[in-house]
Structures are given as structure tokens and as C-alpha cells.
Design a protein around this ligand. Structure first.
Ligand SMILES: NC(=O)C1=CN([C@@H]2O[C@H](COP(=O)(O)OP(=O)(O)OC[C@H]3O[C@@H](n4cnc5c(N)ncnc54)[C@H](O)[C@@H]3O)[C@@H](O)[C@H]2O)C=CC1
Ligand SMILES: C[N+](C)(C)CC(=O)CC(=O)[O-]
Length: 490
């Protein structure tokens, strides 16, 4: 199993530990803080409740987490080392000296630094090529962006491995072609932060008003389209050129203070901290983290429905993980035709639960519908077939709720073809958590011609695949509850 060493296990190191661990890596932590283990276990608790349900395919089994008293112990066997010690150049350089004295020569060392250039971290090192910047965003276990910053000292092989490992964690390596203080994203954050400090200090807006200005407006917009695409759209039919013509002159107007930074003194700190306490001091930080994570999961899952932005990245990651989770895409890939087909292997996401504290009823239909979609794909009714005008419509559904399930629990759906002949497809889904049967879904579907919207026979290869599965599944005992109506005797 792959091993990562986490050097510095605070806010960011803890997030990295969770990201690696939940993606199946062994994680070895070094942090001199006696509270590090407690803090990381709390971050892990939040990561476990949010990350596994973000995607639609189960993550691999968790790796092993261990804590070490020395850097030498932590970097043993590590092929990736993530340094997340405080943002002090002298400290980081000292840590690199110790890391390189003990780690494997082919291990990659990524630094979480928010602003130092990789050349500053590589300076004076005998093996500078091992060190890159891999700057993440908090919470590291949910947000996919990693700024990968390299120098001419980094061999192509190191850069390629860094890209592969970051992508393998479901993250997006944004490789900067040129190093610069604070990379790319932090330059924006810093500009917005400085502007906001001025607005509060000058009494123009409170911390809460500034947060409202972001979260009710451009913040949501930026989250899904970035800056330039957003402004392109804002230019209307004439696009970006029109936008620039309209707003170009403002560039010389006093619309920003930018490098004119307010004096950083106790008065400013008290003003900002006091307003922030009044705004959200009633909520413990861990609770706020959970609220943030719930929001991010909801937004990213919504983006996934449109295969857009961070959601598209997650969809691609899910697709790459299907094989490991036991999911197949065609009848030819089924190892044993006689057994029900695994049509879903996932974790119950946070946004599938309700006021009763368990998976809400509409999501059972959602899950079964996704299983039907996969069964359709397996028999050949895939995106290409549908684009050519054939598909299935559901005519009747009967769901039985047998046991409860909660956010974060693993679920699997196994599907049997009860009958597949001519236009009809009769499916039986069973949803499990481990060996516990949670629900059954019985569905009758009709093949349709999407041009006429009327039922019509499927293509011969689809009918042949359906018949093959129906025949193989008919040897199994009839499912308990098949054909049952509400109120029918058990
Ligand atoms: N907090 C944030 O929003 C972000 C921070 N970063 C970067 O991540 C790095 C870490 O920042 P945070 O996690 O926020 O800081 P933090 O203060 O939460 O954590 C730093 C950890 O490093 C440990 N530490 C101190 N000396 C050490 C040593 N010699 N060896 C190993 N561990 C040591 C501390 O005990 C502490 O647990 C910084 O470079 C920061 O710029 C990057 C992205 C976002
Ligand atoms: C404030 N900060 C510079 C530490 C922020 C980052 O580096 C990235 C983030 O997660 O916002």
C-alpha cells in the first residue's frame, strides 16, 4: 500500500492526512504538538462524514494512520511527504534539512506553503529537485485545487509523479509555469482580504455585511464559473469585448485600494475580531466546519449533476474508481452472470438525510433510479444508444423500506432481471449496507422510441443481453416480496 508522511498536522496537515487516508494511503504523521493526535482525529471525524459521500462510487478501504516521535520515523517508506509546518521560511528550511537526511531519495516532498516560492525552499539543498510546492485549500479533504509550483531544478519525472499522485487523490493539480510569491489563487485572496480590512476599518461595512456581499452574490458565481467566464457572460451577447469596453475605464477610477494596505495594528485586529465574534461567536469552530462541509458537498454535488467545474472533476474521479469498487459497464465484464448485478456501491451522502436523522425516502428512489441507469448501460442502453433515439421509461415502481441507514454508511445495490422480453424490462433491486437489507425496489420499464415517445422494441443486442441476464437470474430463488402490493399479506 502507498505511504504518505505528513509533517506538521495542524489545520492543513490534518486535512492532507484525511485526504490521503480516505483514498487508501497509509499515513505517518510527525508533529511535536502533544495535541496533534486529538486535533487530527477531530478533522478526520469531519472528513469521514463528508468526503466519502461526495462522489457516487465508494472510496477504497482506509489506509493505516500512525503517529511518530521523529521525522526519521515518519518518512520511513514514504513515497510522498507533505510538509505543512507554520509559514516561516527558516523553519521550513530547517525541516527540509532533516527530511532529506532521512527520506528515500526518490520520495517527492510537497510543501503546503501559501506564499513561498519553491526556489526559496530548494535553496542550499543538495537534492533540490525533490522539493515542489503543492499548495492546497482548506478543507483539504474536500476542495480539489492544488497549486503545483516547480522550478527548473525539478526533473520531469518528479513533476509527473506529483501530478499523478494529486490526481489520484481526486484533486486538481494546477501547474504554474512560473513561480511567484503567493502563487496564483492566494494573490486573489490577499487582494480581497486587504480590500475587506479597509472596508471594515473605515466603517463602510461590517464583517457580516462583507460576508453577505460575497455569499449572496459573486461568491456563488465564482464557485461555478471563475472570473473570466463570469465576466464573459456579463458582457451579454457581445461577450468579453463588450464587458471590457464598458468597465475598462473604471480601471483608473478609485474602485480599489489594492497595495495601499491599512496599518496592521491592535486596533484593526480588535475591530475585525470583535465584529467576527459578534457575527459567529455563538457557533463552535467544529460546528462551523460541519456547516461549511455540508454546503460544499451540496454545491459540488449539484455541480456534478451538470458535469461542471469541481463536480465534473469528481465525476471523472468516480469513473476511474468504478473497477476497484466492483462496478462494471457491460455484460461482457460480468464475472458471474448467475448472480445479481452490482449496480451501485457508494456512501450515503450528507444531503440524502432528513429531519428524522436517516436517509430520506426520495433518495431510495434516486438510488434505485441510478441502479436502473447502470443496468441499462450494462445491457447496451448507454449514452450513445440514447443519443440515437432509444431508451427506457419507467412505468411502475414499488419500494419497500426495511431498515434505516444514515449519512456516511456504505450502501450497495444488487439488481436482478426478473423479465426482459420485447419492450418490457422488469427489474428487482435490493439495497444493502453490509449484509443488512435496507430496501427493495421493483420496477417495470418499457423501451421507447424517443422520437415518437411511444413504446417500441429495443435493438437486438439489448434484447439479447437482457434475455441472457433474465435467464441466468431465473435460476435464483424468487426474491421475497416480489410482486407484493401495499397491504398484501406477507
Ligand atoms: N490555514 C490555511 O488556510 C492554509 C495554510 N496553508 C499553509 O499550510 C502550512 C501550515 O499551516 P496551518 O496548517 O494553517 O498551520 P497550523 O498552525 O494549524 O499547523 C502547523 C502545525 O505544524 C506543527 N509544527 C510546528 N513545528 C513543526 C516541526 N518542526 N515539524 C513538524 N510539525 C511542526 C505545529 O505543531 C502545528 O500543528 C503553512 O505553510 C500555511 O501557509 C496552506 C493553505 C491554507
Ligand atoms: C490565508 N491563506 C493564505 C493561508 C489561504 C490559503 O493559503 C489557501 C486557502 O485555503 O484559503
Amino acid at each position: 500500500m502507498k505511504t504518505a508522511a505528513i509533517i506538521g498536522g495542524g489545520v492543513i496537515g490534518g486535512g492532507w492526512a484525511a485526504r490521503f487516508l480516505l483514498n487508501g494511503w497509509n499515513v505517518r504523521v510527525f508533529d511535536p504538538d502533544p495535541e496533534a493526535e486529538r486535533k487530527i482525529s477531530e478533522v478526520l471525524y469531519n472528513a469521514r462524514r463528508s468526503l466519502p459521500g461526495l462522489g457516487n462510487v465508494a472510496l477504497p478501504a482506509e489506509g493505516q494512520l500512525s503517529y511518530h516521535d521523529t521525522i526519521a520515523g515518519a518518512v520511513k517508506d514514504a513515497e510522498w511527504i507533505q510538509e505543512s509546518v507554520p509559514e516561516r521560511l527558516d523553519l521550513k528550511q530547517k525541516v527540509y534539512g532533516e527530511l532529506q537526511a532521512h527520506c528515500a531519495p526518490d520520495a517527492v516532498i510537497g510543501s503546503s506553503t501559501s506564499g513561498f516560492k519553491p526556489s526559496q525552499l530548494q535553496e542550499g539543498r543538495e537534492a533540490p529537485g525533490q522539493i515542489v510546492v503543492t499548495h492546497p485549500f482548506n478543507p483539504v479533504y474536500l476542495l480539489p485545487l492544488v497549486e503545483l509550483v516547480t522550478t527548473a531544478a525539478n526533473p520531469a519525472g518528479v513533476i509527473e509523479r506529483a501530478r499523478e499522485i494529486i490526481s489520484g487523490l481526486g484533486m486538481y493539480p494546477l501547474h504554474l509555469k512560473k513561480e511567484i510569491d503567493a502563487h496564483v489563487a492566494d494573490r486573489f485572496l490577499e487582494a480581497v482580504w486587504r480590500e475587506a480590512l479597509w472596508l471594515v476599518r473605515d466603517g463602510i461595512a461590517t464583517t457580516e455585511e462583507i460576508d453577505n456581499a460575497i455569499r449572496y452574490g459573486f461568491g456563488i458565481r465564482w464557485a461555478q464559473m471563475g472570473l473570466f467566464d463570469t465576466y464573459r457572460v456579463a458582457g451579454g451577447e457581445a461577450g468579453m469585448k463588450h464587458f471590457m469596453a464598458q468597465f475598462g475605464p473604471c480601471l483608473s477610477w478609485p474602485w480599489t485600494k489594492l497595495m495601499d494596505v491599512p496599518e496592521f495594528n491592535d486596533e484593526l485586529v480588535d475591530l475585525i475580531a470583535g465584529q467576527s465574534d459578534a457575527q459567529s461567536g455563538h457557533l463552535p469552530i467544529r460546528k462551523m466546519e460541519q456547516i461549511r462541509d455540508d454546503n460544499l458537498v451540496g454545491m459540488m454535488r449539484a455541480l456534478g449533476n451538470n458535469d461542471w467545474g469541481a463536480g465534473a472533476l469528481q465525476n471523472a474521479h468516480d469513473k476511474g474508481r468504478e473497477g476497484e469498487a466492483g462496478l462494471v459497464r457491460s455484460v461482457a465484464d460480468l464475472a458471474d452472470l448467475s448472480q445479481p448485478v452490482l449496480t451501485q456501491c457508494r456512501t450515503v451522502p450528507l444531503d440524502w438525510t432528513d429531519y428524522n436523522g436517516h436517509m430520506t425516502e426520495s433518495r431510495y428512489l434516486d438510488a434505485f433510479a441510478q441502479s436502473t441507469d447502470r443496468l441499462m448501460m450494462i445491457i447496451g442502453c448507454d449514452a450513445e444508444y440514447i443519443a440515437n433515439g432509444g431508451s427506457y421509461f419507467t412505468a411502475e415502481t414499488h419500494i419497500r423500506h426495511i431498515d434505516e441507514v444514515h449519512a456516511g454508511d456504505p450502501i450497495q445495490v444488487r439488481t436482478r432481471v426478473i423479465m426482459g422480453a420485447g419492450k418490457k424490462m422488469h427489474l428487482w433491486h435490493e439495497m444493502y449496507s453490509g449484509e443488512r437489507l435496507l430496501a427493495t425496489g421493483e420496477h417495470m420499464l418499457l423501451h421507447v422510441d424517443l422520437a415518437t415517445r411511444r413504446s417500441a422494441p429495443p435493438a437486438p443486442h439489448i434484447e439479447a443481453n437482457l434475455l441472457k441476464l433474465a435467464e441466468a437470474h431465473s435460476a435464483l430463488p424468487a426474491p421475497e416480496g416480489l410482486g407484493r402490493a401495499i397491504g398484501a399479506p406477507r
